[in-house]
Each structure stands twice: as C-alpha cells, then as structure tokens.
Design a binder for this molecule. Structure first.
Ligand code: NAD
Length: 278
C-alpha cells in the first residue's frame, strides 16, 4: 500500500499531503468515484458545499468499511452563506449531508472582498466557533491573498491552518506561498494539473520521458517536492491509479526548478480580488 506523507498543520492536526478532489464530479457519479479512490489508497477527499456532492462523498466513506478517523475530509463554505447566521446553518447542513459529526477541515471558499461589505472577518470568527466546538478539527481559507490573511491576523484569534489556492506550473504563486510559509499556513494547490492544460508542455514531457513517468505524475511530484498539498480530480479509473502512483520516484532539484520557471502567472480560475461569487 502506498505511503502518503502527512503534513502537520499549525494546530498539531495532520493532513495527508495527497488526496482526491471532487469538483465537477456529478453527484450521481461521486459515490462510485470516491469509493474507487478509497480502494486505490486515497485517504483525503476535498469537497465543498458548492460542488453539490457532499452527501455522495459521505456515502462513499460510510460504505468503505474504513473508520471515519482514517479518511480526511474537507468541505468549504458557500459564497451565499458568509453572514454568521447563514454560515452556521450552512455548516450544519454540511455535516448533515456528509453524515458526520465533524469535518477534518472547513474553509471559507472565497474571500469575496466586494460582497458583504468586504467583511470576511465575521465569517472567519464564525468558523472559529466551529473549531472551538470540535465540529471542524481544523479551519482555513481558500483563495486568500496575503492582504486578506494579514487582516485576519490583525482582527481574529486563530491563524488559518491552510490556504487553498490555485497553483500549477503556469501559476506558481511563489509570493503567496512564501507569505503562507512565513506564517505557518499550509498551502493546498487547487487545479494542480491546471485542469490538464500543463500536460502537453514540452519541458514537462521531457522530464516525464527521462523519469519514465507520465506528465501528470511529474507535475504532482513537483507539487509534493515543493511542499504543497494536492488533490487531483479524475473520474477515469486508470488516471485515478496513475495519479497516486507518485511515491516511488524523485525529481532532481534542477527538474523542480525547470518546471517552476514555466510560470506565466496564468490563472484557470477567477482572480480572488475581483471574484464576487456565483
Ligand atoms: P485538476 O488540475 O486536478 O485537473 C483535473 C483534470 O485534469 C481532469 O478533469 C482531467 O481532465 C485531467 N486529468 C486528471 N488526471 C489526469 C491524468 N493522470 N492524465 C491526464 N489528464 C488528467 O483540476 P481541478 O479538478 O480543478 O482541481 C482539483 C481539485 O481542487 C478539485 O477537484 C477541487 O477539490 C479543488 N478546487 C478548489 C477550488 C477552490 O476555489 N478552492 C477551485 C478549483 C478546484
């Protein structure tokens, strides 16, 4: 069985550095996809209220025969529920849908600086309640820029355990990552494969040929060696197996650097400073 490294978060909790993302997996396909991933050795699932498939994730965990404590599950607060009362109701609904009495990690999905009068601070204080109650073992944010994090730091008590941001070879985010490292905030890299867009890159293909691995495996390995947490998504059984088969090789420091130099600051998703939520 594959040994997936754990990362220790700033509150002492541990998170598997590698997992399975379920964005854009249709609810009707989610239980089967997550069940397959769990059979293949995945032990970390990343969902969100927005994805509409929390119930199906919970069902796959329940059916797996694994203890609840063996699977790390993250969900995220929806953009329409930042106001504290709405956030409490949304979090209750998340736990109910998953069928759990706690989530391992709960995130503010987007900072939405142009909505709610720019008040993501009250939203964060509401997540602090979930943490104190033990219903979220860790809390964090997603798509926060350093200036959003600085504001939380000044006005709230708990430092986010993670910041989940878009990172891949065409968007290396080294400034946000350095800020997070300095403040003991673990980085989770969403769309780690750039939703597939980086896999035809000639540099990545040539590293893959030399390593005897696929481009996707090389890119995922690049993330792990940079210290980020990743959870690629696929519904194709062969790719789900391929993506987790990355713990038997190492990239050289030069290969890591060559891939990092591919950065073009090219986002596949929205700019967090502008995004108003859908
Ligand atoms: P990804 O980079 O994981 O790419 C997924 C796509 O890449 C697949 O649909 C498939 O087309 C392709 N792919 C996957 N494995 C492959 C392989 N081995 N070979 C060739 N092609 C392959 O993109 P993603 O799904 O957007 O991101 C992963 C996870 O990140 C999501 O499922 C979700 O959990 C999270 N996410 C979070 C946010 C956020 O705002 N917090 C936004 C987007 C995604």
């Amino acid at each position: 069985m594959t040994t997936i490294p754990n990362i220790t978060l700033n509150n002492g909790q541990t998170i598997p550095q590698f997992g399975f993302g379920v964005f854009q997996i249709k609810p009707k396909d989610t239980t089967a996809a997550v069940s397959r991933a769990l059979r293949d050795g995945y032990r970390h699932i990343d969902t969100a209220e927005m994805y509409g498939n929390e119930a199906e994730v919970g069902e796959a965990v329940a059916r797996s025969g694994l203890d609840r404590g063996e699977v790390f599950v993250t969900s995220k607060l929806n953009n329409d529920a930042h106001e504290p009362g709405a956030a409490r109701a949304a979090f209750d609904a998340t736990l109910k849908a998953l069928g759990f009495d706690y989530v391992d990690l709960f995130l503010i999905h987007w900072p939405l600086p142009a909505r709610y009068g720019g008040d993501y601070v009250s939203t964060w204080k509401t997540l602090e309640e979930f943490y104190r109650e033990g219903r979220a073992r860790s809390i964090g944010v997603s798509n926060f820029q350093p200036h959003h994090l600085r504001r939380l730091h000044g006005e709230t008590q708990i430092i986010p355990a993670v910041n989940q941001i878009e990172v891949h070879p065409y968007l290396t985010q080294d400034d946000v990552r350095a800020f997070c490292a300095e403040h003991q905030i673990a980085v989770e890299a969403w769309s780690p494969l750039g939703q597939g867009s980086v896999l035809d890159d000639p540099v990545i293909r040539s590293v893959a040929e030399r390593a005897g691995k696929t481009p996707a495996q090389v890119v995922l390995r690049w993330h792990l060696q940079r210290g980020d947490i990743v959870f690629p998504k696929s519904v194709t059984p062969k790719r789900v197996k391929e993506n987790i088969d990355i713990f038997d090789f190492q990239l050289s420091a030069a290969d890591v650097e060559d891939i990092t130099l591919l950065n073009k600051n090219e986002r596949t998703g929205p700019d967090p400073d502008k995004f108003g939520g859908r």
